[in-house]
Design a protein around this ligand. Structure first.
Ligand SMILES: NC(=O)c1ccc[n+]([C@@H]2O[C@H](COP(=O)([O-])OP(=O)(O)OC[C@H]3O[C@@H](n4cnc5c(N)ncnc54)[C@H](OP(=O)(O)O)[C@@H]3O)[C@@H](O)[C@H]2O)c1
Length: 267
């Protein structure tokens, strides 16, 4: 299995950030790519640029997802659409809990249920689930600095768990499952205006982050791997981001550490 064995892909959350970068990457590998999101204009621009097919669908719309799943034989499914809300459990709004559970978890389960059985029948396919390091670790500074919440962490932990169990359900088939767990990427999901205004922004505030292309490359690595190889999980974090907590060296901190190191070398 590899790019040459796959013909058609479905990427959710394709109108911006990691999803749009993944559409570009998979198109460059020659796949027919169905790009799903709600924003008509962004999808139209992406289609004009890459030749992808536009699926203007809300992932909460189960009827539309069902129709879409029946419309093509998808070899690659990238479950990437996601939302985040900033809150602490003391002040979490009911709508925010629902939005995150619906988009980040419920829709992924439904789309997986709709697309994967057919992959298993054809004995060919690859499911890529974009989770987050938030699904693996608790972050001390989360709500204040990183615009996230307990509900976001819980839904991403769900994606981790469903990815593991899906591999059990697919045991004996050539359908592969990959979980991609990014650290901080410069996109607009965490209400980062910096990235929303400038998709090439290297920094979120003072923090040097990953780019969407970095995650698209990780996805391409997993999908393009040889048939015998299932890349089960990739955790990708910025070099300056400590894993297991959310400690992050800022630009000034990095400069200070560099000065300290060169001082030590010269001593
Ligand atoms: N950026 C990070 O630091 C980071 C870190 C870890 C994990 N992630 C994960 O990466 C994934 C992609 O996020 P991103 O960072 O690339 O942010 P982004 O640029 O905000 O992308 C989110 C995408 O999800 C789509 N989406 C949201 N609600 C939807 C709905 N109801 N129906 C259909 N599409 C919907 C959005 O499109 P429309 O608004 O057009 O529908 C958009 O294309 C998410 O699952 C996120 O949790 C991101």
């Amino acid at each position: 299995m590899g790019f040459s064995d796959y013909r058609t892909a479905l990427v959710t959350g394709a109108s911006s950030g990691i999803g749009a970068a993944t559409v570009r990457r998979l198109r460059a590998e020659g796949l027919e790519v169905h790009a799903l999101a709600r924003d008509h204009q962004r999808l139209a621009r992406l289609a004009a640029e890459t030749g992808c097919r536009v699926c203007e669908v809300d992932v909460n719309d189960l009827t539309a997802l069902t129709r879409l799943a029946r419309s093509a034989e998808f070899d690659v499914l990238v479950n990437n659409a996601g939302q985040s809300r900033r809150s602490n459990i003391r002040d979490t709004a009911p709508d925010d809990v629902d939005a995150m559970v619906d988009v980040n978890l419920r829709a992924v389960l439904h789309l997986t249920r709709l697309v994967v059985p057919d992959m298993a029948k054809r004995d060919r396919g690859h499911v890529v689930n974009v989770s987050s390091i938030a699904g693996h670790y608790a972050f001390g500074e989360n709500a204040t600095t990183f615009n996230s919440s307990v509900a976001y962490h819980a839904t991403k932990a769900g994606i981790h768990s469903l990815s593991q169990q899906l591999r059990v359900d697919l045991y004996g088939t050539r359908v592969r499952v990959t979980e991609i767990a990014p650290g901080r990427v410069a996109t607009s999901i965490f209400q980062n205006q910096n990235a929303a205004d400038n998709p090439d922004a290297r920094f979120v505030g003072a923090f040097e982050t990953l780019q969407s292309d970095d995650i698209a490359d990780a996805i391409a690595f997993a999908v393009g791997a040889p048939e015998r190889m299932n890349v089960a999980m990739i955790e990708v974090v910025p070099t300056f981001q400590v894993v297991g907590e959310l400690r992050f060296a800022s630009r000034s901190e990095a400069a200070r550490l560099k000065e300290m190191r060169s001082g030590a070398d010269n001593a």
